[in-house]
Design a protein around this ligand. Structure first.
Ligand code: DQA
Length: 151
């Protein structure tokens, strides 16, 4: 199983960007942790981060048919981008949206996500560990096994 892991605008600055809201873990640390989890689950991941809506849409189109699921933190594009949501509707497998902060408990303009309407599941407010939850959810939705072998 291959899964696309996308991060949208400003998520490349995690660790130094508003740490009181988004924590101090960098995107590289999140990706390293996810990669270790993916190895344990027997899943291949492709990681990409872009500050550009069109680049994210191009990546979704490119990986449609190659990846069986998509984990995405769209950043602020969640709240604004119908085009990104439409691209995800055209994606071949389940989409799991993840946000570090709880967007439902923040400013009014963050409480709506266009991407959520195109997603099978949304994980919001679990911090950096939300990415691992999103990965496991994606694997389960595709029908994979998320039980790691006992040591
Ligand atoms: C975010 C929430 C968005 O509202 C915000 O624009 C981000 C980060 C999160 O992970 O909590 O860039 O997606």
């Amino acid at each position: 199983m291959r899964i696309l892991v996308l991060n949208g605008p400003n998520l490349g600055s995690l660790g130094r960007r508003q740490p009181e809201i988004y924590g101090t873990t960098t995107l590289a640390e999140i990706e390293n942790d996810l990669q270790a989890q993916a190895v344990a689950l027997g899943v291949d991941l492709r990681f990409e981060q872009s500050n550009h809506e069109g680049t994210l849409i191009d990546l979704i189109e490119e990986e449609t048919g190659r990846c069986q699921a998509c984990v995405i933190n769209p950043g602020a594009l969640a709240h604004t981008s119908l085009a990104l949501a439409d691209a995800l509707r055209g994606f071949t497998g389940p989409v799991v949206e993840v946000h570090l902060s709880n967007i439902l408990a923040r400013e009014e303009y963050r409480r709506t996500s266009h991407v959520a309407a195109a997603a099978a599941a949304v994980i919001t407010g679990a911090g950096a560990s939300g990415y691992g939850l999103a990965l496991r959810t994606a694997v389960q939705l595709v029908g994979g096994n998320t039980t790691e072998p006992s040591k």
